[in-house]
Design a protein around this ligand. Sequence first.
Ligand SMILES: *Cc1c(COP(=O)(O)O)cnc(C)c1O
Length: 390
Amino acid sequence: MSTTPPLLPIVRPALGDEEVAASARVIRSGWITQGPEVLAFEGELAAAVGANHAAAVANCTVALELALRALGVGSVKGRVDEVITVSHSFIATANAVVSAGGVPVFVDVRDDDLGLDPTLLEAAITKNTRAILAVHQLGIPCRILEIVALAKKHGLPVVEDAACAIGSEIEVAPGQWQRLGRPHGDVACFSFHPRKVVTTGDGGMLTTNDAALDARFRLLRQHAMSISDVKRHSASEIVFEQYLEPAYNFRMTDLQAAVGRPQLARLASIVTERRRLAEVYRAALEQSAVLAPPRDPPGARANWQSYPTRLRAGARLGQREVMQRFLDAGIATKRGVSNAHQEPAYASSHGQVRLPVSEQLRDACVLLPLFHGMKDEEQQRVLDVVRTLS
Ligand SMILES: *Cc1c(COP(=O)(O)O)cnc(C)c1O
């Protein structure tokens, strides 16, 4: 009989009795897609991040596509619509630009927050630029206020890829902190994939303070149907819907929304717990000759959706060797965030682009397991390996 402990995953979703009860309630209710639970989840998420509006969709990839489309990307046949974004992200960021009918223009990231470097933004703007898509990578806030100020100067809208960033905060004035997603740009998009901090299995949300944009999201996510199901079901007279333009099925189900709601209610304590785990890692990693801990950039507080350690300069172990040591001890890790321009999907269109910081970060970061619900002894298993690295 093997005595090897089970593989410690990079993330384990923390779902319990509340989520089980919520999904059972929906199953028994008879209304299981884009209905009252989705409406309630949207209202609760808008309140949690301080946004005027929130619209739920099937995942964050289509949320990003929808945001770009609603802002006009891909709306004129034959026109080139450039979207300035980062290559250093999950591939979904670049894919959403292409799905919306745009062309991604990649700029490099900052070394400290892994996000779009505002000092490189203006040089990338051309007459074809239609939008800026900034990513709060791994839940670490990028310099969104600087990015928005530059975008405003050029009359360009800003979409925030906040897929990982629910509960992360920025300092908007000395001592005044706000959660991401109010949004600080025009639209922010969240993901509820199991790797993220709040999960509905799959799921996404767009937040905005612009009522017209929110109406557009609601229309396009359901085939541009002129009357919502909720309205039609509560009408006392017969109403016939119309389909106003070719559009999409990007619906979230009520089952998903119901599972998200109790987690959203626990968001503050979830983020506090993740920050506590990050602090334990940080204290231990200060002593490591091989891995350095990440830090909150100035004016930002991460939710630690992921925990990206960095190989120290001069470390004798490489990324692969470090990751193998963890795997040998039954611990899952991940390498740094990938770069779209280095993936086969973008090799022919963007393979010649050079983004030195992005390229360096992919090969210098090692993501350690961190999730709320992680037991102290599980984190100790990780730290035991950290202590043997030299
Ligand atoms: C996870 C992720 C996405 C995609 O989210 P889905 O909900 O899985 O579509 C987009 N951008 C970033 C930065 C992500 O981490």
